[in-house]
Design a protein around this ligand. Structure first.
Ligand code: SAH
Ligand code: DHB
Ligand code: MG
Length: 226
């Protein structure tokens, strides 16, 4: 019952606030047809990500977890012509599919999809002039979230915004003894955000077509020196 209502209200929000978007609608249809897991953010969540990047006047964005490039396209649309988005994806099929979608969205010049496990591709970014990033979106394998937060901090500056998806997991996040490695990854991640002196953070529960989950948002308040 609750899910039906959340879905109907998400439809209402999308119909009311999001103009028709043939490119992104096609990405979702094609993702479904290609058998990708339905783990993309919802349209209104995607637009929220774009708004955060616009409000922050982000020029360079890092995304961990590309899938079909749905959230990637939303985020990249916030960037100026000389902006840049790097997105990390371990599954070569997802990456190839995302590249097609990003091309269809006219964002190939702005977006770079890097294939490999993020724990392998993240360290390389530290040696490149693409960092520090203005905004980092963490949305890949949840057990690795604590490592992703450590790398995100290394790739940040004072003022960087870090956003993470799926930090509530249908409420399972409060189960301290959960055997689910995704829940434990998210719990450790949230705990790190709460105890890290260089960030100030909050999280909100979200309901909608994607069920019951949550976003965490953090602002880096100090430059990283170690
Ligand atoms: N951000 C996307 C959804 C990402 S789903 C959106 O909202 O549209 C999570 C993605 O992370 C999947 O494509 C999965 O293949 C990828 N992934 C899983 N483990 C990974 C790893 N170790 N490194 C990089 N990507 C990984
Ligand atoms: C999962 C991952 C996601 O990024 C998401 O939005 C929903 C579910 C998952 O791995 O279970
Ligand atoms: Mg997600």
């Amino acid at each position: 019952m609750a899910q039906e209502k959340w879905t109907a209200v998400d439809r209402y929000i999308t119909n009311t606030l999001l103009p028709a978007d043939p490119v992104l609608d096609d990405v979702l249809k094609a993702s479904d047809a290609a058998g990708l897991p339905p783990h993309n953010v919802s349209p209104n969540q995607g637009k929220l990500l774009m708004l955060l990047a616009l409000i922050h006047k982000a020029n360079n964005i890092l995304e961990i977890g590309t899938l079909g490039g749905y959230s990637t396209i939303w985020l990249a649309r916030a960037l100026p012509e000389n902006g840049r988005l790097i997105t990390l994806e371990s599954n070569p099929q997802h990456a190839e599919f995302a590249r097609k979608n990003i091309a269809r969205a006219g964002l190939t010049n702005i977006v770079e999809v890097r294939i490999g496990k993020a724990v392998d591709t993240l360290p390389k970014l530290t040696n490149e002039d693409c960092n520090p990033f203005d905004l980092i979106f963490i949305d890949a394998d949840k057990p690795s979230n604590p490592e992703y937060l450590s790398w995100a901090l290394k790739l940040s500056r004072k003022g960087t915004v870090i956003v993470a998806d799926n930090v509530v997991r249908d409420g399972a996040v409060i189960k301290a003894n959960s055997k689910d490695p995704k829940v434990q990854g998210v719990r450790r991640f949230n705990q790190m955000l709460g105890s890290e002196p260089r960030v100030t953070a909050s999280a909100i529960q979200t309901v909608g077509i994607k069920g019951y989950d949550g976003f965490a948002i953090a602002l880096v308040t100090d430059d990283y020196f170690s």
